[in-house]
Ligand binder design. Structure first.
Ligand code: SF4
Length: 393
């Protein structure tokens, strides 16, 4: 069944019309969902019982269940969720001077295979629905509601490539941004892409006011194609053409993200090359401290090394910032918490399978039990498939 969070305002209006109800019902429903933030149809007290029953017939509420929460000393909080079909995904709440920001996942796993990323360790299982993305936001907002606070920013930068799930991501953001939805300002919403060129152009044509961030991470194709396989499909000349098109169509400043990997993309030469590449664009560079992922073997740079890179870009007249580290005392890398939980689940399954094997080896067979007269052996023998299933007879 669909989650009610899957529905955009327009879709909800159409659904109400299909029931023969006036459009203003949508206003009431959206107010309960996003202003009052109730999590039960029966709490929508200005709707008739019949209306609530109709809603219950067609929709569930939040499609995600919270599995685990990790809180860092700086307040950064990681949330691990499970979807209705058992997939795991994570979101991060980050506390800034300017507000509370959530990093949302857009897919279960990711096919982009960036070599430094925990999320890319598992292939994409599926796209997340708009409702599952909104579900992440509403869970985190519910936490903030307890303190009387609001989410002010959304970044679609968690597990997944948002432009590989374009329609669902845009539908979700539409509700997040809508006046009758969460009303988060479009300038407070950022989508990050690894560089899917056709979608960047599609996004440019939409003239959205959301911020666009490009995960660049290398200043040339030789290096970029090694650490980001997407570069082989859309090399830098095509990516920068799409960026130029976006800038022309939207007149907006772009962000380029650059994770500093020690001994890989962090030399002075790389900094100068990056400055040459980006000089024609109205943009700024966000240097990101790397959170180590055991499987990848990359190392973070020191603060002094990051500052050296920063200074070169500054001198080259490139606007640059170094992103503040968040949650460094928890599993800070994107997707790390999920990978750990998947590993634990695998270990649990293996242990269970082993236990079943051992149990079955040590059990007396049904025939043997009949010979020695054990009366209560029926259930065990039935489990071991030595008895016919009485329900099927
Ligand atoms: S960095 Fe982003 S695009 Fe690359 S593998 Fe990780 S989640 Fe996917």
């Amino acid at each position: 069944m669909k989650s009610i969070y899957d529905m955009s305002y327009k879709q909800m209006e159409e659904w109400c019309e299909s029931k023969g109800w006036k459009k203003f019902r949508t206003q009431q429903i959206f107010a309960w969902l996003y202003k009052e933030r109730v999590y039960d149809f029966d709490l929508m007290t200005n709707l008739s019982k019949e209306t609530r029953e109709e809603l219950k017939k067609d929709f569930t509420f939040n499609p995600l269940e919270l599995v685990r929460k990790q809180v860092a000393s700086d307040g950064t909080t990681k949330f691990l969720f499970r979807t209705a079909d058992g997939a795991l995904l994570e979101s991060v709440l980050m506390i800034f001077d300017y507000g509370n920001s959530i990093c949302v996942s857009s897919q279960v796993g990711c096919n982009m295979g960036c070599t430094f990323c925990a999320s890319g360790l598992t292939k994409k299982q599926r796209d997340l629905t708009s409702g599952e993305m909104m579900g992440q936001v509403m869970h985190v907002q519910a936490e903030l509601d307890k303190k009387g606070e609001r989410l002010s920013h959304i970044v679609v930068m968690g597990t997944g490539e948002p432009f590989d799930n374009y329609d669902n991501v845009m539908n979700f953001l539409f509700t997040a941004n809508h006046d009758r939805g969460l009303a988060i300002g479009s300038r407070h919403i950022t989508i990050s892409t690894s560089g899917i060129v056709p979608r960047i152009k599609q996004f440019a044509d939409g003239h959205y006011q959301y911020n666009l961030a490009i995960s660049l991470h290398a200043p040339n194709d030789k290096l970029r194609s090694q650490i980001m396989p997407i570069d082989r499909a859309y090399p830098l000349d095509q990516l920068m053409d799409a960026v130029a098109y976006y800038s022309k169509e939207n007149n907006r400043k772009l962000t380029f993200e650059y994770i500093l990997l020690k001994g890989v993309n962090d030399s002075a030469e790389h900094a100068h090359e990056l400055a040459r590449l980006l000089r024609p664009y109205t943009c700024y560079v966000n240097l990101i401290p790397y959170n180590s992922v055991d499987e990848h073997g990359y190392k973070p740079v020191t603060r002094a090394e990051a500052m050296k890179f920063y200074d070169i870009l500054k001198k080259e007249q490139i606007q640059v910032t170094i992103r503040k580290e968040h949650g460094s005392d928890i599993d800070a890398a994107c997707g790390q918490l999920r990978i750990k939980e998947l590993r634990k689940e695998k270990e649990r399954k293996q242990a269970k399978a082993l236990q079943i094997q051992q149990d079955q080896k040590s059990k007396p067979s049904f025939k043997a039990a009949m010979v020695d007269g054990t009366a209560n052996v029926y259930d065990d023998a039935y489990e071991a498939n030595e008895m016919p299933d009485p329900d099927k007879e």
